[in-house]
Design a protein around this ligand. Structure first.
Ligand code: MEV
Length: 315
């Protein structure tokens, strides 16, 4: 028997970093996916195969000793093996079309797809249970996660966090994603923001209030089919991200080079590299590559509505 699950990557439209400190965020799942296939073996090992490498460890060995990218899989495999008798080994294979380390939710999509695929060998879990164990798995690499990324990878569509309410976008969001090609580390960026907060609690708390008000206005703008306000709020959100110092010259240059054709643009995800998103009207999409330059990757994002999907092949 093979248990196969695939989960979408994500973008954060509004509220990254502030969401770690309790504010709301708006996220969307995108049409790039990771697929995890799990099967029982008789090897007394957990085997993980991915483009990032392969790993073989004895069952029930500690995840803490593995390289960080493998930890969620070992954590999840051990959790399932611990609560189910007569399991001698597991093989887990990961195929992904989500770029790694650029803020598009590669690690959370892996956690959600792996939680669904591995647990699916034993029994079918509810979405709430999948989300809970995928966040536990993500914490093995990133202990302070807000859980927002795993939530949108589980449920798909556009959601508000932490309520996980679905948001219907009434206007056609033409979102451009552009990759700075600078890899980043979410854990380090989140720690940097923690330091900013420690140094200036008052300003950080004002910024959290501003972010909350901004998101409330975005929700009204979406209900009113108001793409102009949506775009302006993206650029306003970028100012807050600049202030907490998760931007850099490359990201700023990318944002300003798109100014003439976008309604708004900002970092998406942890920042310090990774991707920006811009709201661009259809007729201007073909101008983007020339404005950004050849060394940047860019593509238009479609919103994924399905979230995690699961199937089984009996052999
Ligand atoms: C990372 O994609 C988003 C952050 O807000 C961290 C988190 O929400 O856990 C930076």
């Amino acid at each position: 028997m093979k248990s196969i699950a695939s989960a979408p990557g994500k973008i954060i439209l509004f509220g990254e970093h502030f969401v770690v400190h309790g504010t709301k965020a708006i996220l969307a799942a995108i049409n790039k996916r990771v697929t995890v296939t799990s099967a029982f073996t008789d090897n007394n090992t957990i085997n993980v195969n991915s483009e990032l490498g392969t790993l073989e460890v004895p069952i029930l060995s500690s995840y803490e000793e593995a390289k960080s990218e493998f930890r969620p899989f070992i954590y999840l495999a051990n959790k399932m093996i611990n609560s189910n008798q007569n399991v001698n080994g597991l093989e887990i294979t990961i195929d992904s079309d989500i770029p790694v380390g650029v803020g598009l939710g590669s690690s959370s999509a892996c956690c959600v797809a792996a939680a669904t695929s591995i647990s699916g060998l034993f029994n079918e879990l509810s979405s709430e249970e999948i989300l809970k164990i995928s966040i536990e798995a993500e914490k093995t690499i990133f202990p302070n996660t807000s859980g927002a990324d795993c939530a949108v990878c589980t449920y798909g569509g556009m959601i508000e966090h932490p309520s996980i309410e679905k948001i219907d976008n009434t206007f056609d969001l033409n979102l451009l994603i552009a990759n700075s090609m600078i890899p980043h580390n979410t854990k380090n960026s989140v720690e940097k923001v923690n330091k900013f907060k420690e140094n200036d609690e008052d300003r950080f708390s004002q910024l959290c209030d501003l972010e909350t008000k901004l998101i409330d206005k975005v929700i009204v703008a979406m209900k009113n089919n108001d793409a102009t306000t949506f775009g302006l709020k993206m650029s306003e959100n970028q100012k807050y991200l600049e202030e907490i110092q998760v931007s850099n010259d490359t990201l700023r240059d990318m944002i300003s080079s798109l100014n003439e054709i976008s309604l708004g643009s900002k970092i998406t995800g942890a920042g310090d590299g990774g991707c920006i998103i811009a709201l661009v009207e259809d007729e201007n999409m073909d101008k983007v590559p020339a404005l950004l330059g050849k060394d940047k990757e860019c593509f238009s994002a479609k919103i994924d509505t399905k979230g995690v999907v699961w199937s089984v092949i009996e052999e």
